[in-house]
Design a protein around this ligand. Structure first.
Ligand code: TTP
Ligand code: MG
Ligand code: MG
Length: 347
């Protein structure tokens, strides 16, 4: 499994069209409505990270760390266009593929060895850089979760493989929070019974973990012992249109996200209509303050392009998710697209 994540994606996209910003600390910040210093850092280049600036930090905090950085407002349409180009390049490979987020994808190759997989990874890095001017990092391992962790560990501009013989060693000293899906809550629960590292987790009593975390506890135990069975949801050919945005501060109730849902819905519908699409599925995403993500979607009986229906459905789906934990980011997405002509679905 080969996991690709673009490096400092939004900021790197800005560097491509603003060559003069390259090499200087650069922040991509927040929603267009908010004034510069009231917003949130969505991402920043590695020059800015050297000052301690990072995603989700308040822009005012970032300013304190370094008052001499360039700020650019996020331009989702531009990033999505580049993302689509990258996904199209990747889908040219004969592999099962899943686009995981705007800047991430997983590819599953039938290869004989890790050397072969590394060679493919090197080629992909070269192609992506040639065609888009952007750097990425690729992690290779047996399952999707391990590959993502390897990718995270090799940033930026990295290429790394960890095979079955090295995986337990790789995991051993990492904190449990490095496992995708393990948020602050789970981390705290595990810490309370003395489990801090993935090595600790591998030696725990699985029954105790199941008592503590249910079936997730069992999954974690298996992962910690070097087995990753997570597989790909092949969505290379599923076109969807979505918008997501980080909130200025964590939301605890629907009231705080209502206007944002409206705005995201308007943007999604605008894009749908510009492209003459209709859709048959509506989905939402919530990213919680502990950085775990939850997705929910609903299929429709018929194709639609109704703004009202998206707004109603997204509101109802999100109200379930907002109840659970403070939310820092929300997204609205429509999928199962077809062209408006109606005769024939696009894919
Ligand atoms: P990431 O892949 O998490 O981060 P990144 O690509 O900026 O940096 P790197 O992978 O090198 O560590 O996120 C992809 C994009 O998603 C990012 O460029 C901006 C956006 N994003 C937000 O808008 N808010 C956030 O809190 C995060 C983490 C990302
Ligand atoms: Mg990235
Ligand atoms: Mg990413």
């Amino acid at each position: 499994m080969l996991y690709i994540d673009m490096d400092y994606f939004f900021a790197a996209c800005e560097e491509v069209r603003h060559q003069e910003l390259k090499g200087k600390p650069l922040v991509v910040g927040s929603s267009p409505e908010s004034e510069k210093l009231k917003g949130v850092v969505q991402t920043c280049n590695y020059e800015a990270r050297a000052f301690g600036v990072h995603s989700a930090m308040r822009t005012s905090e970032a300013y304190k760390l370094n008052p001499n950085m360039a700020y650019v407002q996020a331009d989702w349409n531009y990033y999505e266009e580049i993302s689509k180009r990258i996904m199209t390049l990747l889908s040219g490979y004969k592999a099962r593929m899943e686009a995981d987020s705007i800047d991430e994808a997983v590819l599953e190759f039938e290869v004989g060895s890790y050397e072969e997989a590394l060679a493919i990874g090197k080629e992909i890095k070269g192609i992506v850089r040639d065609k888009t001017g952007l750097p990425c990092t690729i992690g290779i391992s047996s399952g999707k979760i391990f590959a993502k962790m390897v990718c995270d560990s090799a940033k930026p501009d990295g290429l790394k493989a960890v095979g079955q013989d090295g995986i337990k060693e790789f995991l051993k000293d990492r904190s449990v929070g490095k496992i995708p899906g393990v948020g602050r809550k789970t981390e705290e629960k595990l810490a309370a019974i003395g489990i801090k590292t993935i090595g600790d987790l591998s030696q725990a009593d699985p029954m105790v973990l199941i008592d503590l975390l249910g079936s997730f506890g069992k999954e974690l135990f298996i992962l910690a012992n070097g087995t990753d069975t997570s597989s790909i949801v092949d969505n290379a050919n599923v076109v969807s249109i979505g918008r997501e945005r980080t909130l200025d501060s964590n939301a605890h109730s629907m009231r705080e996200v209502e206007s944002l849902i409206k705005m995201l819905t308007k943007e999604v519908i605008g894009e749908v209509r510009r492209n003459n699409f209709v859709f048959k599925s509506i989905g939402v995403k919530a990213r919680y303050s502990d950085f775990t993500d939850r997705l929910k979607s609903r299929s429709l009986n018929n194709y639609s392009d109704s703004e009202e229906l998206v707004l109603k459905t997204a509101t109802s789906l999100l109200s379930d998710l907002v109840k659970e934990k403070p939310v820092r980011k929300i997204g609205v997405r429509v999928s199962s697209l077809a062209s408006r002509g109606g005769q024939k679905s696009l894919f």
